[in-house]
Design a protein around this ligand. Structure first.
Ligand code: KG4
Ligand code: ZN
Length: 323
């Protein structure tokens, strides 16, 4: 039987990504990151990211398709939204022009929906079971969804201010740890160094996510230290910040499963985590400590953070859904 081949494109932020996905299996997943350039500015500058996409996209495309025959592509999928407009436009232009050139259908895909299904990279090993609870933790988003099917996705909770990855990046910048900051803070974390409590009151798990209080408390602490010219205990600050950030997220998941009775009401089958922060080691451990249901993470770091493989996985599921 002929395979169903998807060429997938993702350019929503600072990574230029092209992938080839055959019957739901990722064959190539090329990510060209501009984070080194962005790190000079301490965060993502949209116009710079767009210029880097323009420079890299054809190279990423040729790497992804390698010796693959373009006539064998059945569908072109690309990230439509959400993301930085100037960056999304570049992926969309490649997708639509290529679609016209090789006369193949073009499918716009939601970036967050793709993160939700990034864990599903080996469809023959396991069948999807609905509904599941999806936690998305990235540089631009922090949200919890109830996923009833590939297309029936209900938003339960979304941050009212900063996204968790953004806070990691800001704290890391103040600590002189560079960009992106999440991996650096994660690497410094040790439970023996959790000594500071930045919040007088733990956030109410019933409310929407909010990280601006935690961010301000940590940044104020660092700035006061700097003003007093005392030595920054980077490990203690990073570990204490990470412990609190992760507990706020885990408390929210527990709330939805138990107090909000999603487990009883909808028989939630499992928890899935996606987004760049999903590769955080403490978060993985603490989410796995939730014993009520199994938990799934994308199988590697590339699939957690922005990549086109997840766009192809999700596009394949959408295609099968309409078959
Ligand atoms: O999903 P992603 O690649 O891009 C967005 O869609 O935003 O996520 C990037 C974010 C950055 O803020 C980065 O610092 C964070 O994910 N991140 C981490 C870790 N690895 C990446 N945060 C905490 N721990 C990590 N290990
Ligand atoms: Zn993302």
């Amino acid at each position: 039987m002929k395979t169903f081949n998807i060429l997938a494109i993702e350019t929503s932020c600072d990574d230029t990504c092209v992938a080839l996905v055959k019957d739901g299996y990722i064959k190539t997943n090329i990510v060209i990151s501009s984070s080194e350039e962005q790190s000079k500015f301490g965060g993502v500058v949209p116009e710079l990211a767009a210029r880097m996409h323009e420079e890299s996209i054809i190279y990423a495309f040729s790497q992804a398709v390698d010796e693959f025959n373009l006539d064998d592509i059945d569908l072109i999928a690309y990230t439509k939204n959400p993301g930085l407009r100037v960056c999304l436009n570049i992926g969309e232009a490649l997708a639509t022009n290529l679609g016209m050139l090789i006369n193949k259908p073009v499918l716009p895909v939601d970036h967050l929906h793709a993160h939700m299904f990034a864990f599903y990279d080996a469809p023959r090993k396991q069948k999807l079971a609905f509904p599941f609870l999806s936690l998305i933790v990235s540089g631009g988003h922090t949200a919890i969804f109830l996923v009833r099917s590939v297309i029936d996705i209900e938003l339960l909770n979304y941050t009212v201010d900063d996204a968790i990855g953004e806070v990691y990046d800001k704290v890391a910048r103040e600590l002189g740890l560079g960009y992106p900051g999440g991996p650096a803070i994660d690497a410094l974390y040790h439970h023996d160094n959790v000594r500071l409590n930045f919040l007088n009151k733990f956030p109410n798990p019933e409310q929407q996510f909010s990280f601006s209080g935690l961010k301000t408390a940590v940044l104020n602490y660092i700035n006061q230290c700097k003003q007093k010219k005392c030595e920054l205990d980077v490990k203690t600050i990073a570990s204490s910040f990470q412990a609190l950030a992760v507990e706020i997220i885990v408390a929210k998941l527990r709330y939805y499963l138990n107090e909000n009775r999603l487990l009883d009401k909808y028989k939630v089958r499992y928890i899935v985590v996606g987004g760049g922060v999903a590769s955080n080691k403490l978060l993985q451990k603490r989410v796995r400590d939730i014993k009520e249901v199994p938990t799934y993470f994308p199988s590697d770091k590339t699939l957690c953070s922005d990549n086109a493989g997840m766009i192809g996985i999700y596009a394949n599921l959408l295609h099968k859904n309409t078959d």
